[in-house]
Design a protein around this ligand. Structure first.
Ligand SMILES: *Cc1c(COP(=O)(O)O)cnc(C)c1O
Length: 222
């Protein structure tokens, strides 16, 4: 069984330079996260507010925490002290709560807009129309100190690689359309967060800049 450090090294070889590896550490103990940290890894992703705010204070300060799960507005406050990027902004109400709490805490937070690209109904996320309607109304001063730096999406849970490929192509298209319409003079808007353990190679081929990988890094402990 390869160690966590060996798995990360192997993944880094498979992931091009410009693509960030977010090691998804949900359900993992602080000890397992430290093992990855000691191998040099610094970017970790969590999908539950309570779990992030319990583990982050126990771990080194220079970890860059990403929040990747559905976030309820009443939990925003608890993660703001720790998080640097929130991948899963799926409503205007949530975005404005993040703005409010970031101002109170004087923290610069980057956000990605999550899009619903999968066939499953249960996945959270904007449609392009909903996002455009929101972005039409917002100016950067309304958001400071929050920046919108890109988009995120999850493909359908399926073995059908054509289906997965077409969903990732859809997300890349949404990214380009939003960049052209709303972020032309904002070079910070450059991230496409897509790809997990089973589909990251397809995601990278279709333009991913951030892959969120859990089980291929940490063997499942559940
Ligand atoms: C758990 C999770 C991942 C990682 O999934 P793996 O298949 O374990 O790599 C990525 N993104 C989100 C939003 C997740 O909840």
């Amino acid at each position: 069984m390869p160690t966590i450090a060996e798995r990360i090294t192997r993944l880094r070889e498979e992931i091009p330079e410009g693509v960030k590896l977010v090691a998804v550490s949900k359900y993992q103990t602080p000890e397992a996260i430290l093992e990855a940290y000691r191998s040099g890894h610094r970017i970790f992703g969590e999908n539950r507010a309570q779990e992030l705010s319990a583990k982050a204070p126990l771990l080194p300060d220079d970890i860059e925490w990403h929040f990747i799960g559905h976030l309820q507005t009443n939990k925003v406050k608890t993660i703001i002290p720790y998080v640097s990027i929130i991948h899963s902004v799926d409503s205007c109400k949530l975005l404005m709560e993040i703005v409010k709490e970031s101002r109170k805490a004087s923290r610069n937070i980057s956000c990605l807009l999550q899009f619903h690209i999968a066939r499953e109904e249960s996945k959270y996320g904007f449609s392009i129309g909903e996002a455009a309607e929101m972005l039409d109304q917002l100016r950067q001063p309304d958001l400071d100190p929050v920046s919108i730096i890109g988009v995120m999406g999850m493909a359908t849970f399926t073995e059908d690689t054509d289906q997965i490929t077409s969903e990732f192509i859809t997300l890349s298209g949404i990214f380009r359309e939003l960049r052209e319409k709303f972020f032309l003079n904002q070079p910070a808007f450059k991230e496409i967060s897509m790809g997990m353990s089973d589909d990251f190679k397809i995601a990278i081929r279709e333009g991913s800049t951030m892959v969120r990988i859990g089980s291929a890094v940490f063997q499942s402990s559940i």
